[in-house]
Design a protein around this ligand. Structure first.
Ligand code: UDP
Length: 311
């Protein structure tokens, strides 16, 4: 296949480039580099099956030759990034999704949208099944990302229903691993960076909010299985290993042997920060025969080793 990946210089986009190249495909990588970094794909320079184009996909996309699949992963994805780039976040989820859908139509390609557990907002149903329609404050600070992704899902389904485009939607739950930006503000790089510098970990609020952290290799496998399937409705990909942020802080301190403990930063908690989050993964299991394989400690050890090199 000739695969086009947007957001290709980001954390997940770059790992997808690696996966598709390793599987023998050609990759056209697009990124405007506002939150991505060419460091993540530098090792692919010179690979004859890899091509990088610096391009903002909110503008019309020209690509020569055939394209068999389009994977739309471009977007600021961490809360501090989308607070810093609110308009770009809305544009890449709306205009960027429209442009990439149009490209897929023009090329007769399959289309896969990177959506998110954020479409569930601060959920009132737990765990979150794909049929749950969510609880999002349209005008809250997180609304720029949540609503962009909700629109992206809606237009993807419209292209499927109206134009019969062959589409997939993956709802990605918290994912971590090497190539996350140390300063992206998310809890995994924040905690690991703080721990490796011997600083206390900054817990926002009382730390009772929960997340379920999956290692990126499991997500990438789920995405490949979804693309290969013929399932059009959204599929959650995430782990059942739910824990409180406070327990997560203790775990990071334990694995890094950081004696500095934790500090509470109530004021840093963004309004609408989901209190709980865990996927109902029945669909992924039933339809894709997918289950996460990497345990939290194993994945964190590898991620800590990566961050040791960059801290
Ligand atoms: N969080 C925290 N300390 C940090 C960064 C984040 O306690 O230094 C909390 C944040 O308030 C949220 C959770 O960790 O409840 C996960 O935040 P993250 O930014 O990783 O992404 P989210 O899952 O909210 O999209």
């Amino acid at each position: 296949m000739r695969v086009l990946i947007t957001g290709a210089a980001g954390f997940l986009g770059s790992h997808l480039c690696d996966r598709f190249l390793n599987d023998g495909h050609e990759v056209i990588a697009l990124d405007n580099l506002i939150t991505g970094n060419t460091r993540n794909i530098a090792h692919l320079a010179g690979n004859p099956r890899f091509m990088f184009l610096k391009h903002d996909v909110t503008n019309y996309i020209y690509v020569n030759g055939p394209v068999d699949a389009v994977l739309h992963f471009a977007s600021p994805a961490s809360p501090i990034d989308y607070l810093k780039y609110p308009i770009q976040t809305l544009k890449v989820g709306s205009l960027g999704t429209h442009n990439t859908l149009g490209l897929a139509m023009g090329k007769g390609a399959k289309y896969l949208l990177a959506s998110t557990s954020e479409v569930y907002g601060d959920p009132q149903v737990h765990p979150q099944h794909e049929t749950y329609v969510g609880n999002v404050d349209t005008i809250g600070p997180r609304g720029v990302y949540d609503e962009a992704k909700r629109f992206a899902e809606a237009i993807t389904m419209a292209y499927h229903r109206f134009h019969e485009l062959d589409t997939r939607i993956v709802r990605i739950f918290n994912t971590y691993g090497p190539r996350m930006r140390l300063d992206d503000g998310r809890v995994v790089p924040n905690f690991i960076g703080q721990a490796l510098r011997g600083e206390p970990l900054t817990v926002y609020g009382d730390g009772s909010q929960t997340r379920s952290f999956q290692y990126y290799t499991d997500l990438v496998e789920g995405i490949c299985r979804l693309l290969a399937s013929d399932f059009v409705e959204p599929v959650n990909i995430g782990t059942q290993e739910e824990m409180t942020i406070l327990d997560f802080a203790h775990l990071v301190n334990q694995l890094t042997r950081n004696p500095a403990g934790i500090v509470y930063r109530e004021e840093n908690r963004i309004p609408g920060d989901p209190q709980t989050r865990r996927p109902d993964s029945t669909r992924a299991k039933t339809i894709l025969d997918w289950e996460p394989k990497v345990g939290l400690e194993e994945g964190l050890e590898k991620t800590i080793a990566y961050f040791r090199e960059v801290v």
